[in-house]
Design a protein around this ligand. Structure first.
Ligand code: ADP
Ligand code: MG
Length: 701
């Protein structure tokens, strides 16, 4: 069947009436033959075995039995009714039970006819019973395609209740294969198929739905996973290539006076090797005539700011302006103050633009930007406003990128005639393999080394019952002149409750650490921004000893004198959030601590999170554990990239296939960029079709 025929509406398939078509569409998004063909099973069940009723075990898994129904009755129960059928074979008797879809089932069940039933058995009231079994008349069963591994398709309650069972889906697929003679257009080149010993497309599709045995299933899965990942990589790499060819970039060919002066005379410390390496990578981009689009990953405290600053100096040296955008006012302020201090007297004009900058000051900033008098603009998303126009913006840096949406970032692209160079900085470590897929069209730099002399943060886990000891510890640290964070979870769903926890906690801390000896700040999401900033400022300036807060302080805040981070109800935070929070301390010369407070009730997963935090400070290691615990779905940024739309491959488990796919995609694009050779035509054609029918996800621009 060729690709166009696969676009046939599913109603044309024998066995699909308007009703079914509508349900398939609304429940599974199946509108065409192709959609059905690409509805891959979630799992497979070995159906080579048959059981007798007297062989059933109380803890049995899914079983398949041949027998017949001799009686059906409806039983009233407290809530609603259930339908119970008595099912027998030559060794005994059991019950089949339905709670849903009773009418349909009652009308369709046939008494005293041999059935094959399949499902999980329960031991209930001294009998075995099977709720909602799959069942099929033995005569039908024998007619069906013989498969050893029974596929289990995604389903919904509504589908089940309407009689579109797993078996029905399988039947529809049989019909589809019948109509198409099981022949589907090849989508990969002969070379790939040959070199990787892949199943043909037709064989792969057949065996994914009707596997002959384990080996064929594995081969089918490999082929389809490879194909899926291959075309995604091809798309990402093509995009990257096009950007490099077509999107001209401003050429920063000189390393000029400012950069050199700063490097020689004003650098407050020696750069780490990782920082040097990253600056080199950036410089290569900036001199390549193409637009830079680079993601800079570096754990909290790894020193991304100085890299940003030196990149901005390169821009200015080449006659361009630069901007730096941060997600919050606090952070923008901090960047502004920090960078102004670093720059000292080297003659760079820099301004801060946030929501709270007064109109009069704003007007001046706008004017100076347009005249070119201002070299560097730092701020929040106020920078994105249309009124903010530059004379010649050459570089835009975005800090903590996951806080910004794709649309916001793309606005930066349009702040000059040809798009400025873009550097995106993130402290959320993303395991390399995932980054490759998530940001496959960006270049990636990593700062994988902390500045020397940092003392590793000591992390401990304490139960609530040890609170008095923890208070004593806080008192000692404050005596030494340190400051303390106490963080409470605030999670949308239970906001009222969380808020109460926070206020209770605050009160108990105020009781324990009373005025006038102790000053305490509090910051939470319900406060007005101005009040928040005021409280934050007091803590930053060292006027308060303890900062009680919700996770609003999570991102980027830098108070080097704060050396203790206490996280309340730590079991309720995700790993990456715990790590981000911990990164608020350990920024000064003193030994820092992170104390994870929890109750005694902990889930296994929560225990793993806490143990991981206690064991390591390495953000990448933590990210790997996080990925294993949660899957990629919850990681920052994955939602927007649509990485979850993968049909068969798993971005974590199929890491090796991903690497292979990327390697081949790269090779093909290098040898034959427009895929014009006869050999690659099939790939080019598939790729075009996929884009046309948006079968590959759309990526960050
Ligand atoms: P982040 O990557 O979290 O943004 P920062 O840029 O804020 O980290 O740097 C954290 C701290 O480390 C700052 O106080 C900065 O001055 C300091 N720092 C950065 N690089 C070095 C270095 N090479 N040597 C010593 N200190 C450094
Ligand atoms: Mg930072």
């Amino acid at each position: 069947m060729n690709a166009n025929d696969l676009q046939t509406p599913i109603t044309y398939l024998k066995g699909v009436g308007p009703n079914r078509a509508q349900l398939l569409q609304s429940e599974l998004g199946i509108g065409t033959y192709e959609d059905l063909l690409y509805l891959f099973p979630n799992r497979y069940i070995d159906k080579t075995q048959y059981y007798k009723i007297n062989q059933l075990q109380r803890s049995s898994a899914d079983v398949q039995i041949v027998g017949k129904i001799i009686h059906i009755k409806t039983v009233e129960q407290k809530k609603g009714k259930r339908l119970v059928a008595t099912f027998i074979d030559d060794t005994g008797e059991m019950e089949l039970v339905w709670f849903r879809g009773q009418k349909w089932i009652r009308e369709n069940l046939k008494l005293n006819m041999p059935y094959v039933i399949f499902g999980r058995c329960n031991w209930y009231n001294g009998k075995f019973s099977m709720p909602h079994p799959e069942l099929e008349l033995l005569t039908e069963h024998d007619k069906g395609l013989k498969v050893a591994m029974q596929p289990v398709y995604p389903s919904t309650e509504k589908l089940g209740n309407s009689g579109i069972t797993n078996r029905v889906i399988s039947k529809l697929l049989q019909q589809l294969f019948l109509e198409s003679n099981g022949k589907f257009m090849e989508t990969l080149s002969d070379t790939l198929i040959h070199e990787l010993k892949l199943f043909s497309k037709s064989d792969a599709l057949f065996n994914i739905h009707f596997p002959k045995d384990q080996t064929s299933l594995a081969k089918a899965q490999f082929r389809l996973k490879f194909e899926e990942l291959f075309f995604i990589q091809l798309q990402l790499l093509t995009k990257k290539m096009l950007r490099k060819q077509k999107i001209k970039g401003y050429n920063f060919d000189q390393v000029g006076e400012l950069f050199n002066d700063f490097y020689k005379n004003h650098l407050p410390f020696t750069l780490t090797n990782a920082q040097k390496k990253v600056i080199k990578e950036i410089r290569a981009d900036l001199g390549s005539n193409a637009q830079m689009n680079r993601l800079l990953q570096g754990d909290v405290g790894s020193g991304k700011t100085i890299v940003a600053l030196m990149t901005m100096l390169l821009a200015i040296d080449n006659g361009f302006q630069a901007c730096l955008m941060a997600p919050t006012e606090i952070l923008a302020n901090q960047h502004f103050n920090g960078i102004r201090e670093l720059l000292g007297a080297i003659g760079v004009n820099i301004a801060l633009l946030t929501g709270s900058v007064k109109k009069s000051a704003r007007t001046i900033i706008h004017e100076q930007l347009e005249s070119g008098e201002l070299h560097i603009l730092i701020g929040t998303h106020a920078l994105l406003e249309d009124k903010v126009q530059y004379k010649n913006l050459g570089l835009a840096i975005v800090d903590e990128q996951h806080r910004f949406g794709v649309a916001q970032r793309s606005k930066l692209w349009h702040k000059n005639e040809i798009p400025p160079h873009i550097l995106v900085m993130t402290a959320t470590p993303i395991p390399r393999t995932l980054a490759m897929s998530l940001y496959g069209d960006l270049d990636i730099s990593v700062i994988d080394e902390l500045p020397p002399g940092r003392k590793a943060i000591k992390t401990v886990h304490r139960y609530d019952s040890n609170r008095l000891k923890v208070f004593r510890f806080i008192r000692d640290e404050i005596k030494k002149g340190r400051q303390i964070y106490v963080v409470y979870p605030l999670i949308q769903e239970s906001e009222a409750l969380d808020y109460k926890d926070l206020m209770d906690g605050y009160e108990s801390i105020v009781r324990e650490f009373p005025l006038p000896d102790y000053q305490i700040s509090i910051v939470h999401g319900k406060m007005k921004p101005a009040d928040k900033d005021y409280e934050m400022e007091r803590f930053v300036k060292g006027e308060t000893h303890i900062m009680v807060a919700t996770t609003v302080i999570e991102v980027g805040v830098n108070v080097p004198n704060a050396s203790v981070m206490i996280i309340e109800s730590a079991e309720r935070f995700g790993l990456s959030q715990l790590h981000q929070l911990r990164g608020r301390v350990g920024r000064g010369a003193d030994q820092s601590y992170c104390i994870l407070m929890t109750s005694h009730k902990l889930s296994a997963e929560a225990k793993t999170r806490l143990e991981t935090m206690v064991r390591t400070n390495d953000g990448f290691e933590i990210a790997e554990v996080d990925l294993r615990l949660r899957g990629p779905g919850d990681l920052m940024g994955t939602q927007q990239s649509g990485i979850l739309n993968l049909k068969i491959a798993d971005i974590v488990k199929d890491n090796d296939i991903l690497k292979t796919a990327r390697w081949y995609a790269l090779k093909i694009l290098k040898e034959d960029p427009s895929m014009e050779s006869p050999e690659n035509l099939v790939i080019r054609h598939t790729y075009a079709q996929m884009i046309k029918h948006s079968r590959i996800w759309n990526y960050i621009s």
